[in-house]
Write a protein that binds this ligand. Sequence first.
Ligand code: GLN
Length: 197
Amino acid sequence: MVKIGVMALQGAVMEHIRSLEECGVEAVLVKTKSDLQNIDGLIFPGGESTTMRKLIDRFDLLIPLKQFAESGKPMFGTCAGLILLARNIQDQDSQHIGVLEATVERNSFGRQVNSFETILEIQGVAADFPAVFIRAPHIVEVGKSVEILATHENRIVMARQDNILGCSFHPELTNDHRITAYFIQMVQESLAKQVNL
Ligand code: GLN
């Protein structure tokens, strides 16, 4: 059975676990380097990206996480998770894992009180996905190899680059599991590719 990890340092971890389980795959908490050995794909939840980064450094996870992405295994970041994956962060000199060829701007839809929900059309996923935005980032620009999957008010809010998927909002806070199912399919496709090598 496909086994997908959820980075369990901080944030909406259990919500992603629940969504994966409802889709019928095995979901595991990832806290250490050795946890990365046993999973086929990895999700970074929403939360607070600078806090997550501190914990990534404390547990020596930055290089193992980059290597995980380079191995071709799928990674999916939601909200703060998207910020962790981005190659560039607006007005900041350094990035975190930096594997998604994109520039993100943090908190670009306003403060916590400006949180909102909207219906998005997402390429290859759904015509009517309920998206929850909480102090969300947006993607300012993407590299050539990045496919834009959704926009909201002319801002990019979901994108994919081969094995890397990111979105500004929180699919795990709804009961709509179509994005989780899309990521599971990415993981299944990457497993099939490895078998065929
Ligand atoms: N604003 C947060 C950050 O910059 C992300 C918010 C979220 O994940 N809901 O990390």
